[in-house]
Design a protein around this ligand. Structure first.
Ligand code: ATP
Ligand code: MG
Length: 452
């Protein structure tokens, strides 16, 4: 079904029809639009009159032949014959058929009977509106009996019809985009409602988990090896709570607050006349804090606690090599924690049972210090290496049962770039300490400036 014509389109059609009336003496013009877009192969197109010009005068004075022009009901295309159905005085339909093959119209461009003009009588012309082999409608125009349209006038009318066809298709595209926008807004609203509810439900178990962790910490004596597990539960639930807070900030943003920031350009973001809280909400967790001199070991140890628990569950060996005397790094500790957590998570996730993961610190280049995470997993094929860091890119792993969204490295790269660092990826792995004969493995090195 063609979408309803806009008032702007109707106004444009009227202007064109006024031109036909004033310039060529047309006494009545009617524009029909097809109810559906008819392709060459489609047999029948129902027509709906959309604009009649002039509206009132013609209705009063119309002779029967003119009156019938306002009631064309459908158009049938069969082989090379186009038939237009016109009502007769006794309200039955009379069919007028035109054989395209016999048309002497030089402009005919196809054999569907589309690109024709049809002369109903000496003074009546019917011209189809066509765009890219799609039948959009018909323009019917007439003038007083005995006044035939000459070649020049017919070609002028054709140009008017071409203009109308282009305007019609633009109008249809606008209507289509409008309806798409409307449906995506509806979907977005539904998603937003669902997300609000889910986040609300998420809060209670999270608070309970944190409380249980704290309770456990109190009950376990200092020195008990399980105290570490309880500490990790509390730490991770606090991290989740922080992320949840971020969710709330983003969800609370109103569309108009987002608008000036959609350019995703750092400078535009800095200059946008928006509140600080809005700008904060749009940044990744951790990236809104300033860089300080960080002790890598302080950041890594809690991460290794969690990684150890996961490794032992998955039958992996986690090895760490962290020298005691390390220079401080210039970084945002929260952001660096997210970066390392994503990379360690990958090593633990992609390395099969029985494999090894090594976290080592101490690599140096220029004034940078590197933290390397290597594994004895399947490695990353060359064709995937070129795409690592692209949002949602999972490469060969997309074909496996291992779950993922393809965002971890993209987030890590974004955060590390803000800290003037970089991430290098090697596959096969470059750390000989854990080399496997069967699997190439992977090494990620996170480079950050050494504090001065
Ligand atoms: P998630 O967003 O849940 O982290 P993901 O792990 O698929 O999903 P990324 O962490 O961005 O996404 O990693 C991108 C892709 O890089 C992975 O899908 C995988 O193909 C490849 N990859 C990353 N790390 C490793 C690794 N240690 N071993 C093998 N492939 C890896
Ligand atoms: Mg990942």
């Amino acid at each position: 079904m063609l979408m309803s014509a806009s008032s702007e389109f109707i106004a444009l059609v009227r202007e064109q029809m006024a031109l036909l009336a004033q310039g060529l003496g047309a006494s009545l013009s009617v524009l029909y639009l097809t109810q559906e877009l008819a392709e060459a192969q489609v047999k029948e197109a129902k027509l709906v009159p959309v604009v009649i010009y002039p509206e009132t005068a013609a209705l009063k004075q119309a002779d029967t032949s003119q009156e019938s022009l306002k009631n064309i009901s459908s158009l049938v295309l069969r082989n090379n014959v186009t038939t237009i159905f016109l009502p007769t005085t006794d309200n039955k339909l009379s069919a007028r058929s035109y054989l395209s093959a016999t048309s002497n119209d030089e402009n005919s461009t196809d054999s569907s009977g589309f690109n024709q003009e049809f002369v109903l009588s000496d003074n009546q012309l019917v011209l189809p509106l066509i765009h890219e082999n799609m039948m959009l409608g018909l323009l019917v125009t007439t003038r007083s009996a005995g006044l035939m349209w000459n070649e020049q006038e017919r070609s002028e009318i054709k140009r008017v019809v071409q203009t109308l066809a282009i305007a019609c298709i633009l109008d249809q595209k606008r209507a289509w985009l409008h309806s798409q926008l409307h449906s995506s807004q509806m979907i977005q609203e539904k998603q937003q409602d669902l997300l609000d509810s889910l986040l609300h439900q998420f809060r209670n178990p999270l608070t309970a988990l944190r409380t249980f962790g704290k309770l456990l910490m109190k009950r376990l004596q200092p020195g008990d090896k399980n105290r570490e597990v309880a500490t990790s539960i509390v730490r991770e639930s606090e991290r989740l709570q922080e992320l949840l807070q971020k969710f709330d900030e983003v969800i609370d943003l109103r569309a108009e607050e987002f608008a000036p920031l959609l350019s995703s350009n750092k400078q535009a973001l800095a200059e946008a006349p928006t509140s600080k809280s809005v700008k904060r909400a749009l940044l990744l967790p951790g990236s809104d804090e300033v860089e300080t001199d960080c002790n890598v070991t302080d950041i890594l140890l809690p991460l290794l606690d969690s990684a150890n628990a996961i490794a032992s569950e998955r039958g992996l060996q986690l090895i760490s090599d962290i020298p005691s005397q390390l220079p401080s790094m210039r970084a945002n500790s929260k952001a660096l924690r997210e970066v390392l957590s994503n990379i360690i998570d990958n090593a633990l996730k992609y390395t099969p049972y029985g494999g090894k993961v090594l976290v080592s610190v101490g690599k140096r280049k220029a004034n940078m210090q590197g933290i390397a995470i290597s594994d004895t997993g399947p490695g990353i094929p060359q064709q995937d290496l070129n795409h690592i860091g692209e949002r949602h890119y999972r490469g060969v792993q997309a074909q496996t049962d291992i779950p993922g969204t393809g965002l971890g490295i993209a987030i890590a790269e974004q955060l590390i770039e803000q800290m003037q660092g970089e991430i290098e990826v090697f596959s096969p792995a470059i750390d000989s300490v854990i080399k496997s004969e069967h699997m190439p493995g992977t090494t990620f090195i996170v480079w950050l400036p050494v504090a001065s």
